[in-house]
Write a new protein. Sequence first.
Length: 147
Amino acid sequence: MFRRHPFPGCGTWEHTLELNLRSRRHGGVIVVSCEGRIVYRDETAVLSRVVRQALQHSREVVLDLNRVRSIDGAGLGELVLLHLWATTQEKALKLVGGSRWLLQLLELTHLSSVLASYASLEEATGPCPEPVATLRFGNAAFDAADA
């Protein structure tokens, strides 16, 4: 989404980020909940940065896509790049949830055979012990069972 710059007389436009990310621990896994759009430029760059940071602190990251309302080719490409990056680090990136149209898009593009996708967080991670502490890095905070 673009909006006018807040200073009167200024003709420039600024981009408003339309992706909110919330990270937390679920047992030994970091879950990144996505809300909004995973689209070209700023949104995919932020998602990439957060997931890469999370993978530095966990062997497994789960992306919760239940509140994603749109994704474009750049967003799909970023998911594949993150999957490949995790794999080369001997780590895992898993997808959870997503609307029916998103699951159909993954099927249509044959990415469902590349990206591990699960119906629920419990299916992707197994049962979770209660969180004990909070782990912080950058702008992301994690509920950490083993901080």
